[in-house]
Design a protein around this ligand. Structure first.
Ligand code: ADP
Ligand code: ADP
Length: 224
């Protein structure tokens, strides 16, 4: 399984060319998309998450046409946006259970198992009865990953997740993603070089909507 992007273009109505023929081959593993603010990262992440339309180009995940088979893609996709909407009065366990219902996981027992396994995976089991309003930024991001993992996605899209995390939380969060990268395609967009140099197996550099370079991190860093 791999995600193959071919010449994806997107120009906003104001004339900003956010994506200019973006072509990438993204294998299973943790893939870093590195670029400065305004490079086009979020635009690409939203297009792959089926939340925005491309003007042209294609994206294939295995046999799935990501830009056109939206229902199918949504069933196999996890998306963690820059700002995960917080529900301050809900506990972690309750809110994850709620999303599990929305995801169509039927039966209290089945949901209890899924919720426990996900909260353990993101290391929030011990605080499951605490309210999200009291969570740190890193805890919230890890909760967002648990939500994104409901439904067992083959493709996980994570947009600028480490902004505002303290160093320990950052490492913890990236380690979590890299474990997920052992079985899924994980795309991590970031403007922080260390996010991709430490744990990503492959990476690309994007600037002004163009891919400048695609390589393994050590090679890419040598060319910066
Ligand atoms: P990044 O995520 O790398 O910061 P974005 O994809 O958010 O980049 O933005 C790429 C370019 O497109 C920027 O110049 C940004 O100002 C512009 N842009 C993003 N969203 C819109 C929009 N809705 N309307 C017009 N221009 C936009
Ligand atoms: P980021 O760069 O982190 O992706 P931005 O601050 O560029 O975020 O954009 C935040 C929101 O504003 C996004 O939804 C984006 O689409 C929108 N946006 C960005 N630039 C423009 C623009 N020039 N005109 C209209 N909307 C924009």
């Amino acid at each position: 399984m791999q995600l193959t992007l071919r010449e994806i273009c997107k120009t906003y109505p104001n004339g900003v060319r956010a994506l200019d023929k973006v072509s990438l081959t993204i294998p299973v593993g943790m893939y870093g998309l590195l670029g400065p603010n305004g490079a086009g990262k979020s635009t690409l992440m939203r297009i792959l998450a089926t939340l925005q339309e491309a003007d042209s180009g294609s994206a294939m995940l295995g046999g799935l046409d990501v830009l056109n088979q939206k229902d199918e893609v949504r069933r196999t996709l996890g998306y963690l946006p820059q700002e995960f909407g917080v529900h301050p009065h809900a506990t972690a366990a309750d809110l994850l259970d709620y999303f599990a219902v929305l995801e169509g996981i039927a039966g209290k027992g089945a949901r209890r198992d899924v919720v426990e396994s996900l909260l353990r995976q993101v290391n929030l089991w011990d605080v499951r009865h605490q309210k999200l309003g009291g969570f740190s930024g890193g805890m919230r991001q890890r909760f967002g990953v648990a939500v994104a993992l409901l439904g067992d996605p083959k493709l996980l899209i994570v947009d600028e997740p480490t902004a505002g995390l303290d160093p320990a939380e950052r490492v913890r969060f990236l380690n979590l993603l890299s474990v997920l990268g052992e079985t899924s395609v994980v795309i991590l967009s970031t403007h922080i070089v260390e996010d991709v140099s430490e744990l990503c197996t492959r990476m690309a550099i994007i600037n002004r909507g163009r891919i400048l370079l695609e390589a393994e991190p050590p090679q890419a860093m040598a060319n910066l």
